[in-house]
Ligand binder design. Structure first.
Ligand SMILES: *Cc1c(COP(=O)(O)O)cnc(C)c1O
Length: 390
């Protein structure tokens, strides 16, 4: 057959098929925009929502379906949808469940870009976005209105690390028929059984621990309810949220070591945070496993571990210029956003304007403890603390 074609066509059409029966641990990586149908009837019967078949690369391949199934299993859910970033996974939820006239509740310590999105929904789309005290617990019942269609939670919240009472919030929302979404990135799904606490929708920024390499951006939305999944799948489809096959593979490659890495980050972070807590330069350690963290008792009740991420408040006698010099003096801790990779990171935050209810004195600095030897990280912090004196 090949012999009858011109070279140009032969470059594109080739009949070779490799032998069947190849076995290996890594799953195959399927690259595709076009997915082929055997005949017109198969093309006409294709359903992009139904993962029993394939219609188009954007709507799923064996590679993305496999990653979705693995992530759903880790979280204890049944359905998962991938998105090209953690933030686009959050967007999928907001635009899938909210319409003009609706109301959404977000914790005051929500991941900041999620707050920027909430403000945009309010300004441009006729949706009300209100922010609540993350430690509100059952008190959230008083904030739920007939038009409230979604409650966001984050455990612990970004940067300031307050741990919310998820069972109390979920029970109050469930009594009013309002779904609760949890940004569960901090626990990677390995240190918190979100669905068992009553959460309806779990979001993960796979960019962090699941990838583990600081080299991929990806997000996931996981649920246990088919009707909810169908709504979110429609949002996923409308927004065109595809992920690349190679990126999906990179995340899959990180999963077998997810818990081992998470536990190593956890141990390293507790060692570094314990050392910092004893230092006179540090006023408070905002790490859920430490008593000075708001919601510590809730963390002890609901979580089985912590990650590499925590914040500290420097003593109020140090101004921003001094704490900036501290951060600039660090050598192993690099300055940059995100976490979950092997490298330790540090970010100073200006809290003014980030929270409606934050009045603690002292500069806040967030540490992400990577996988380096904690003793070396402590030595790095110790030499950088000397810069505070000048
Ligand atoms: C990083 C992060 C996100 C967003 O993930 P990206 O992939 O960077 O968009 C969302 N929520 C939390 C809590 C995060 O830390």
């Amino acid at each position: 057959m090949t012999a009858n074609k011109t070279l140009q066509t032969t470059l594109i059409h080739h009949d070779y098929e490799p032998p069947q029966g190849f076995g290996a641990f890594p799953p195959a990586i399927h690259h595709a925009s076009t997915v082929l149908f055997d005949n017109v009837a198969a093309l006409r019967s294709g359903d992009w929502k139904d993962k029993t078949g394939y219609t188009y690369g954007l709507h799923g391949t064996p590679t993305t379906f496999t990653l979705e199934a693995k992530l759903a299993a880790i979280e204890g859910g049944t359905h998962c949808l991938l998105a090209p970033s953690g933030l686009s996974a959050i967007t999928m939820v907001d635009l899938g469940l909210l319409k003009a006239g609706d109301d959404v509740l977000l914790p005051d310590n929500v991941y900041h870009p999620s707050r920027v999105l909430g403000n945009w929904l309010q300004q441009s789309m006729g949706i009300t976005a209100r922010y609540y005290d993350p430690l509100i617990g059952a008190g959230i019942a008083a904030l739920i209105r007939p038009e409230t269609k979604l409650v966001w939670t984050e455990a612990p919240g970004s940067v300031t690390m307050e741990v919310p009472d998820l069972p109390a919030i979920c029970a109050a929302a469930r009594a009013r028929g309002v779904p609760v979404a949890l940004d569960n990135t901090w626990s990677a799904g390995v240190a918190l059984r979100a669905f068992e606490l009553g959460v309806d929708i779990v979001v993960q920024a796979l960019t962090k621990y699941q990838s583990g390499g600081a080299d991929v951006l990806m997000g996931a939305v996981i649920v246990r309810d088919v009707a909810l999944h169908d709504k979110l799948a429609l949002s996923h489809m409308r927004l065109g949220l595809g992920v690349g096959a190679d990126d999906a593979y990179l995340v899959m490659r990180g999963l077998p070591t997810l818990k081992l890495r998470f536990d190593a980050h956890d141990a390293g972070a507790r060692t570094v945070a314990t050392w910092l807590k004893a230092r006179p330069e540090i006023a408070r350690v905002l790490h859920p496993a430490f008593e000075d963290c708001p919601g510590h008792a809730t963390w002890r009740r609901d979580f089985t571990g912590a990650g590499g991420l925590f914040s500290v408040l420097f003593d109020a006698r140090y101004g921003e210029a001094q704490t900036d010099r501290f951060v600039d003096s660090l050598k192993l801790f690099k300055i940059g956003y995100s976490w979950g990779g092997p490298n330790s990171l540090c970010v100073p935050y200006r809290m003014q304007g980030m929270r409606s209810g934050w009045d603690a004195a002292g500069t806040l600095v967030r540490f992400n403890v990577g996988l380096e030897d904690p003793a070396d990280l402590i030595a790095d912090i110790e030499q950088a603390l000397a810069a505070l004196a000048y």
